[in-house]
Design a protein. Sequence first.
Length: 400
Amino acid sequence: MIARKNSLKKAIFAVVVLTVSLTPPAQAAPKALAIKPLVQITQDATAEAMVVTSKYIITYANIVGQSADIKIRAIDFTGAQIWEKTIDSGWDEVATAITVDAQGSIWLAGSSAAAPSAETTTAIAGALNPDAINSESTTALRPDMKNITLWQLSSTGDLLAQVNSTTLQPALVDAISANATGTSVLLARESGQSLVSVKAGSFSKELTLGTAKSKFKTALRGSDGSTYLFGSSSESLAGKKLAGKVDGILMKVSKTGTLASVVRSSAPKAIRDWQSATTSLFLTGVVKSGNTIETAVTKFTSTFAPTWTARFASTGLSLAATGASGSVFAIFEPTSLVKGISGFKVSKGQSVALQFDGKGAISAAFTSAQLNAPIAAGYSTDGGLIVLTATGVIMRGAVR
C-alpha cells in the first residue's frame, strides 16, 4: 500500500512539473510612461486666440482706444517677437476667429463698422448769435459693427485683402477655416447658427444650422470645398432625432451648401458635446451622465465611423491638436489619475496633454503648473506641441 502511495505521489509530481513547464511565462505589465514638463515661453494675458505655422506662433488681441482695433503678433519658438501689426482703419473692428491656410496666409474673421456717410447738410454762414453763446462740440456716435469681415494677412503680417459682407445680417463669427477652395465661416445669432462660404471675395447664401438648441464649436473646410461641423444639439437635425438630453453632433455640408450627413453621438439621459477637432477628424468632447463627467476622445473616418475611442474622468473642457507621424493630442483637466502615466498628481486647475499614436495608444504625456485654462493648441515640426493659456504660451519642443 505504501509503495502504491509513493508511486501515485511521483506520478502527480511529474504531471505538476510538466504542467508548469508548459505554462507560458506571465507578461510583465507595461511600464508606465513618465509625464514630461511643458515650459512657458511668453507671459501674455491679452492674447485671445492662436494658430501655429511652420515657423511662427500667431496670436491676436482686441484693443480699444479711440476706435476698436486688432493687434496681431508673431513670435518664434523661443518666445521672441518677430513682428507685430495693428488693423486700424480708423473705425471699429473686432476679431473673434483665426486660422491659417496651407499657403501660410493668416485669416482673421470678425465684425467691423461701416464707414460713415459723408455730411450733406449745408452750413449756414453768418448765423446771428446776439448772446455770444459758444456751442459745444458733439462727439459722433460710434456706428454699430454690422459688417461681417474677413482679413487676409501674409506670413509677415502685411494686409493682403479685406472682405466685407454687404447682404448678410449682423452676426458674431464663431469659427473660420480656409484652404485653396475658399473659406468657411460659422456665424451665430440669437436665433441660432449658420454657415457661409467665401470665395473670390463673395459670400454665399447662408445655410441655417438648426435653432438656438444646436451649438457648433468647430468648422473644418475639406479639400473638396465641403465643411465639417462639430458640436452639440438638443433638437432633431436632418431627420435625426434627439436620443439623450443633449447629443454630440457631427455634420458635413457639401460644397454646394446642402447637408450631406449628420451623425449623433448620444447616451441615454446624458449630455454629449464635441468641443474640438483636428483636420484628421480626431475629436475631443464631454460626456455628462448623472454626476459622472468624462472627456471622450475619438478618431473618426471621413464617413464619421469611429476607429478608436477612450474616456477619462475630467472637468469636461478639452482641446485637440495634431501631432507628428499620425499622432494626436488631447488636452484636458483630469479629476483622477490617468492609467499608465507616472509622475502626475491631480491638481485642481492643472491640465494634461496626452499624445496618442495612430492606433489610439497613449505614447506620451505632458503637463505644467502653467497648463491652466487652455484656450488653443497647435503643433509644428520645429516647435512641437504649443498651447495658449490665459497667462501666455507654453510648449514642449519638437515632440515626435
